[in-house]
Design a protein around this ligand. Sequence first.
Ligand code: G6P
Ligand code: ZN
Length: 586
Amino acid sequence: GSIIRATSSSSSPSTTIAEPEGIKIKSIPTKPIEGQKTGTSGLRKKVKVFKQENYLANWIQALFNSLPPEDYKNGLLVLGGDGRYFNREAAQIIIKIAAGNSVGKILVGKEGILSTPAVSAVIRKRKASHLNFFFASHNPGGPEYDWGIKFNYGSGQPAPESITDKIYGNTLSISEVKIADIPDVDLSNVGVTNFGSFSVEVIDPVSDYLELLETVFDFQLIKGLLSRPDFRFIFDAMHAVTGAYAKPIFVDKLGASLDSISNGIPLEDFGHGHPDPNLTYAKDLVNILYAENGPDFGAASDGDGDRNMILGRSFFVTPSDSVAVIAANAREAIPYFKNGVKGLARSMPTSGALDRVAEKLNLPFFEAYGPWIQVPTGWKFFGNLMDAGNLSVCGEESFGTGSDHIREKDGIWAVLAWLSIIAHRNKDKKPGEKLTSVSDVVKEHWATYGRNFFSRYDYEECESESANKMIEYLRDSVSKSKPGDKYGSYTLQFADDFTYTDPVDGSVVSKQGVRFVFTDGSRIIYRLSGTGSAGATVRVYIEQFEPDVSKHDADAQIALKPLIDLALSVSKLKDFTGRDKPTVIT
Ligand code: G6P
Ligand code: ZN
């Protein structure tokens, strides 16, 4: 890797500090680098930043410095990524630093590839120790674009803030990197390489994960649907990591035709695409599904395979509706949930559609805890609830859906969940009989529970200072507001900046989003994204509940128009950011 070459050829002397395990470990002097604070989900920067001397090495070493040695010494670690540019180089650097810190063994996906959900599955199956890395994001890849690293802890969940804060602290005081003097490992062949007592095993990225999914779903049921001539399926891997999974799972196991997979080869630059499955960045797939006589079912996943988008023919399923529909149908359509779901949860900005399902299912979880069905944005907040045995299905409006089969959201899981529901509804249909479609399932759901109209406006790459000022202004408005205040035709129930207390470990996180909640249940929420890599991304979430079935067919943008206008005026968004329209609407 470039970083290692740069440091070992520099003039600073490196001293050998230990050779206990048959490998030479060097101590490389280094200096703190500013700005290595992790956001919603790991550290994300431009590739160029990560390639700066010792940038990655410092952060990795700071991470080891933040953990109790018993969590990694002689332990087993998992390493993998979404196939983006710089992954292979980074893998070599991390392997050497891990060996330098006395890790016992590393499992790494072939070619450095492992989807985020597959990493979580491998960690759980192989009982890997508490520390596991992967490189991923949903942002574009390539020399000019983004790179990111996150790590999971404990039972395979993203690391909590208590640890990431510690790492950040250590990046500011770091003075040496411990690195093993070993050659680069061949990542292109499955197998084990030993270096003294340290070893690296290159694993097939699909098998452990697929084995797990086969215990969750009824593959025969799904296969029955995918082999029907009157059901057409398309999966867009966006030239990202799920390309490595789509053929083995959908084609080889489930009988889909090979041409139902598009953009199925993982590429380092994702074919110049932006592998984030939403209405803007997965436009090609959307066009196919909305074309005349399009397929019956379309789905896409993101760069690292944890997000998903579900489409029916000429129909988009919002992520907030998706998790609610899956939860409502889980018991009858998915064997993993045959005894019912334990609990349901969503992130705070996600619509309340899921709450209505929870109420109806009358879950013990919901009765006991009610409000903590809402966690802050970030999958990591679900982990404790799952470990405590209280949570089965959860989701976020940001195209994340999943369950406690692993500790990450899972794009392919969501697709299989939807296919299971459609397959279950149609299993007795004869050829020629009209199939129950994706839109039929969603509309039926709305008729039962009411519809939560929902939309999110994103303003990407705003100037950080003005975005922060806008949030400050909103916090100030919150402190001056009181219940009963009029906002146009809406009456304020309450306004706040969301604070979450984890019911399992009691930890508290505050400032998680400014909310204006009105008496009719409508909500406007404002947050700054924690996953951007340049400037600030302002997110505005708008939601309105509609019980009246005759109004359910309305376009969300039209139904929400008055509330969207209100959201823009309440925040003075245009004045603060200078933007008159969002860059992405979902
Ligand atoms: C990642 C996280 C999610 C989060 C999403 C958006 O995918 O894993 O949990 O919802 O990013 O986060 P942001 O802070 O950008 O709104
Ligand atoms: Zn992702």
